[in-house]
Design a protein around this ligand. Structure first.
Ligand code: F0G
Length: 357
């Protein structure tokens, strides 16, 4: 039987690649678009979740990384570098390992989730914890790429955005047209830019009849695009999007303009509430940064900004297993400890509230 061949092969005619491009793939893309009746019921819209945690390293970064690493190898690179809040480093490390080249990654000390750190180390990256935040890491990664023989694979590399636009193509193929509204988490705003590009290419090619409105959400403590200014010391429990100076700032503003879009800010408390709703009512486990799409939908719905029966797609960007600790905490912040029981059927039945038929 045929299997999904990864985004470079599936969309070869829509990407800037040639016969000379080696295809470094782990089978990324082809992720499910999952109807979410519980979110439809809460909002009156027809809500779908694009579950990017299903990618090979558990995040949407793989779509851009297959492209960036393939192009880097095409151009003879032996080493790549990136700054990361975790997912980019996991992805760069995996694709570099597959290609047989070196990945160096700079992460903010103590601020990336354990799952992501484990991935980068497992895939043999040269991982350095920088005594600064993500924005500091990106400044240094750019500096190194400008002055030393290493190839930058952050989303300031246009190949990344190119690969990531394929997620919009997949949504359109499933729905038969663009959605009315598309919601994404925003950190560097690379993904927001990539979806906008994918949808505008689909529209130009006649595959769709409209542009979706692009809604992007940042954590309240790290919301430079909402505030209109750099945030010096960004804070949020959603470590993936703890970014104060987005790399794709200008592109994101242009995309908001072109799509009649919106940027909003969400508190950590609301992010965790949405995380619980998505896990418990939809059955999709994500990392906190991804839950902001759900929180953003609920916020816009409460504000009367989600028309009834409109088609809304939420991208959830990273898998819950990368940063699972949040599931074991209640809304008021106390720890959840599962009940311990003896090896005794009757007693366990009692605890479960079961009585004999
Ligand atoms: N969601 C997750 C899970 C992410 O890891 C990121 C970015 C985003 C959303 C935001 O995407 O930056 O394109 O706006 N993570 C980067 C990283 C910064 O290093 O892994 P964006």
């Amino acid at each position: 039987a045929n299997q999904w061949r990864g985004v470079l092969r599936e969309y070869a005619d829509r990407l800037n690649i040639s016969d000379a491009t080696p295809i470094i793939t782990l089978g990324e893309g082809g992720t499910p678009l999952i109807p979410a009746p519980a979110l439809s019921a809460r909002t009156g819209a027809r809500v779908y979740v694009k579950f990017e945690g299903m990618n090979p390293t558990g995040s949407f970064k793989d779509r851009g990384m297959t492209m960036a690493i393939s192009k880097a190898v095409e151009h003879g690179a032996k080493a790549v570098i990136c700054a990361s809040t975790g997912n980019t480093s996991a992805s760069a490390a995996a694709y570099a390992a597959h290609a047989g080249i070196t990945a160096a990654v700079l992460v903010p000390e103590g601020k990336i989730a354990m799952g992501k750190l484990s991935q980068a180390i497992a895939h043999n990256a040269e991982l350095l914890q920088v005594q600064g935040n993500f924005d500091d890491c990106l400044d240094i990664a750019r500096d190194l790429a400008n002055n030393y023989p290493v190839h930058l694979v952050n989303s300031v590399n246009p190949d990344r955005i190119e690969g990531q636009k394929t997620a919009a193509f997949e949504v359109v193929e499933v729905l038969g047209d663009a959605p009315d509204i598309h919601i994404v988490p925003v950190g560097n705003a690379g993904n927001y830019t990539a979806y906008s590009r994918g949808y505008s290419e689909d529209l130009a090619a006649g595959r769709t009849t409209k542009m979706p409105r692009m809604f992007g959400f940042q954590a309240a403590g790290s919301a430079p695009l909402v505030l209109g200014k750099v945030v010096k010391n960004p804070e949020t429990i959603a470590s993936a999007i703890r970014i104060g100076n987005p790399a794709s700032w200008e592109l994101a503003l242009a995309a908001r303009e072109a799509t009649d879009g919106y940027f909003g800010a969400i508190s950590d408390e609301k992010i965790l509430e949405a995380h619980r709703i998505l896990s418990a009512e939809v059955g999709i486990f994500v990392e906190p940064a991804s839950a902001i799409s759900v929180a953003g939908l609920l916020e816009r719905s409460a504000a009367g900004q989600i028309p009834k029966d409109s088609i809304v797609v939420l991208t959830v960007t990273g898998h819950g297993l990368k940063d699972p600790q949040w599931a074991l905490r209640t809304a008021d912040g106390s720890d959840i400890t599962p009940t311990v029981v003896p090896v005794d059927t009757a007693e366990i039945a009692g605890v479960l509230g079961l009585s004999k038929a």
